[in-house]
Design a protein around this ligand. Structure first.
Ligand code: SAM
Length: 280
């Protein structure tokens, strides 16, 4: 039995440190060791990997990542109350666990992971999950500093991330993800697995960055998807007017039907549109 397995049960840790979950921090803790181990396994072999975990909370997934043999686990936690609980884990494994107190939206984790392949694995706080994903998919330079992400989202968000054209959930997040990465839902996690129990089902998503995404300016891509999906029921020749340039030549240059709607345009179509905008 490794030292990590000797740690006290998570429920006891939560009680002892008085970690009553705070909704404002998106706190829904996973106490089921089979599930935390399953998420860690989904991240693949970790022996050579520096794992970045956002929002370790009382440390259930953190323990699973260490038990799975991660070379290093860097955690970023905003809630000071959790730090003492995490320090207890670090006491068992001081070489491999680094605890950063802060807001993951603001912390630049890159200096901590320099020199090792990095992977992001997290049960994300639902209130900042989308901005965090957008930030990770928007990093420059590309390919990014991480080699994969295994992340838990609310299922509704997971469906938007992996959505294909033609589906109601296909939108800006699907285009950004599809442009820079390949994403798939690995498995669902029922609400009953969390403490406290959220209202919705969650899903674990694996996101693998493309080494060479189609060349295009990220900001131009953001502008065209914002315009097109901002009025998703309108035809592109209408919705793209908010770009402030005549949509007709852009659509012609991109080879897109002016009467198409945003949700029917594949990622490559938006990339061509972004290129046309950048050259207009
Ligand atoms: N990983 C733990 C688990 O699986 O049981 C906790 C997951 S809970 C869904 C999300 C965690 O993210 C909480 O511990 C919360 O305090 C933390 N958190 C919320 N906002 C954060 C932020 N902006 N930066 C870092 N951590 C944050």
């Amino acid at each position: 039995m490794s030292a990590i397995d000797d740690l006290p049960p998570l429920r006891e840790v939560i009680r002892r440190h008085d970690l009553m979950a705070r909704k404002a921090l998106g706190q829904n803790f996973l106490l089921d060791l089979n599930l935390t181990a399953r998420i860690a396994r989904a991240a693949g072999p970790l022996e050579d990997v520096c794992v970045v975990e956002v929002g370790p909370g009382p440390g259930g997934l953190t323990r699973a990542l260490l038990a799975a043999g991660a070379r290093q686990v860097i955690t970023i936690e905003r809630d000071r109350r959790c730090l003492a609980a995490l320090e207890e884990i670090a006491a068992y494994d001081p070489q491999r666990l680094t605890i950063i107190e802060g807001d993951a939206l603001e912390v630049d984790v890159r200096p901590y992971v320099a020199g090792a392949p990095a992977r992001i694995v997290a049960n994300l706080p639902y209130n900042v999950a989308t901005p965090l994903l957008v930030a990770w998919l928007s990093v420059e330079p590309w390919p990014p500093w991480y080699d994969a992400m295994v992340l838990m989202f609310q299922r509704e968000v997971a469906e938007r991330i992996v959505a294909a054209p033609g589906s109601k959930t296909y939108g800006r997040l699907s285009v950004l993800t599809g442009w820079r990465a390949e994403a798939r839902i690995l498995f669902d996690v029922p609400a009953a697995a969390f403490v406290p129990r959220p209202k919705v089902t969650s899903s674990v998503v694996r996101i693998d960055p493309r080494q060479t995404p189609l060349a295009c300016d990220r900001r131009a891509l953001e502008r065209v998807t914002q315009a097109a999906f901002g009025q998703r029921r309108k035809m592109l020749r209408q919705s793209l007017k908010t770009l402030g340039v005549d949509p007709a030549p852009l659509l012609a240059a991109a080879g897109l039907d002016p009467t198409a709607r945003a949700e029917d345009v594949p990622v490559e179509g938006f990339v061509r549109l972004a290129r046309a905008l950048a050259h207009s």
